[in-house]
Design a protein around this ligand. Structure first.
Ligand code: FES
Length: 154
């Protein structure tokens, strides 16, 4: 049976099989390149935490100036910061870019996301790198030797 006979009967020829393999490989390669690029530029929506307030196990005296601590705020991480001038501040620690957990960097006195080098100032404002918006700030109240962090009322 010749190749022409097989093509006329609808059979798969070697050329059609190779074309199919090359076509799907190129398509898969293009998708593998485009998907992370699109995800980088179009960040996902982040769900809000169901918790409104948490009492931290950290005592105010244990938080030195120019340091930060990660804590759990419901099912999300939060970050508590004692600024260099002694103020306590707290934010949602989920980076507004792609959702990595941010950390405090004492050397530059900023909140920093290691994933793509995103920077936030001590007000939670995005100041450099890819984060598209500020971190959500929480209210911090010191009651005796307890720190209570809660969602701020708008
Ligand atoms: S996840 Fe990209 S900068 Fe934070």
């Amino acid at each position: 049976m010749s190749q022409k006979d097989r093509e006329q009967r609808g059979g798969v020829t070697r050329k059609r099989f190779i074309d199919w393999v090359l076509g799907t490989s190129v398509g898969g390669f293009v998708l593998a390149i485009l998907y992370p690029v699109v995800r980088y530029w179009v960040p996902p929506e982040l769900a809000e935490s169901a918790v409104n307030s948490v009492t931290l196990s950290i005592k105010p005296a244990d938080v030195a100036a120019n340091t930060g601590r990660i804590f759990k705020f419901g099912d999300k991480p939060g970050i508590l910061i004692r600024t260099p001038n002694g103020q306590l501040r707290a934010f949602n620690a989920v980076c507004t870019h792609l959702g990595c957990t941010v950390q405090y960097r004492a050397d530059i006195k900023q909140i920093w996301c290691a994933c793509h080098n995103g920077h936030y100032n001590l007000n939670g404002k995005n100041v450099s790198g890819p984060p598209p918006k500020p971190l959500t700030e929480y209210a911090v109240n010191v009651r005796g030797d307890q720190i209570v962090v809660s969602v701020e009322k708008a």
